[in-house]
Design a protein around this ligand. Structure first.
Ligand code: SF4
Ligand code: SF4
Length: 209
């Protein structure tokens, strides 16, 4: 008797749980029924990547000291640092540097840990190629300045979701002067009490050191 009652209780609980999940799912569906589609006409229109976007890595050959920290912190030991030891000067001589973007996971570890800041993540995301071997960038290709959506005259730059005013989901027709929903890091810092912002700056400068 008790076994039967337990089965009925479990069944009822599962049925109520399933009904709740279905309601949640349908609420999302019905919410989208009220919205119009937002289509970006790529490649004539492009979204502006957000400030912390991790795109193709930029590399400055002249600043690199061939320490190989970037290789050690990379989860897949990807960067190839080609150097030789100059016996006369007892210093490393950098010959070549390359990163294969067909394998890179764009985690940004190499950029974070590089002691001379010669690596940086750019907003360049158009890396499609017919041959995956052409994604292996040498120091010349890595040193090329990134393309920018906002400075390309052939492209209509659209603000992506993080840049839009509060409540807006369609970037078309949003005036340039409309304020964005979120705050920039410097705006957050400016709004903080003086002591808290001083602590943050100290922590940042210690992190950079
Ligand atoms: S960590 Fe920076 S300086 Fe060191 S080898 Fe890599 S790119 Fe060059
Ligand atoms: S972004 Fe990550 S995966 Fe790519 S080279 Fe740097 S550390 Fe390696």
């Amino acid at each position: 008797m008790f076994g039967f009652l337990k089965k009925v209780t479990d069944y009822t609980r599962d049925a109520v749980g399933a009904a709740q999940y279905m309601t949640q799912g349908l609420a999302v569906t019905f919410d989208h029924l009220r919205r119009r589609p937002v289509t970006v006409q790529y490649p004539y229109e492009k979204l502006i990547p957000s400030e912390r976007y991790r795109g193709r890595i930029h590399y400055e050959f002249d600043k690199c000291i061939a320490c190989e920290v970037c290789v050690r912190v990379c989860p897949i030991n990807l960067p190839v640092v080609d150097w030789v030891m100059n016996k006369a000067t007892k210093k490393k001589e950098l010959r070549n540097y390359s990163i294969d973007f067909g394998v890179c996971i764009f985690c940004g570890n190499c950029v974070e840990y590089c002691p001379t800041n010669c690596l940086s993540m750019t907003e360049e995301y158009e890396l499609a190629a017919f041959d995956r071997h052409s994604l292996n960038y040498d120091n010349i290709a890595l040193g090329r300045l990134p393309t920018s959506v906002t400075s390309d005259p052939a492209v209509v730059a659209l603000r992506e979701l993080a840049y839009l005013p509060k409540g807006a989901v369609d970037p078309h027709g949003v005036p340039d002067t409309a304020p964005r929903a979120g705050q920039l890091p410097e705006q957050v810092l400016a709004a903080m009490p003086e002591s808290a912002s001083a602590e943050t700056s100290t922590a940042e400068s210690q992190g950079d050191a």
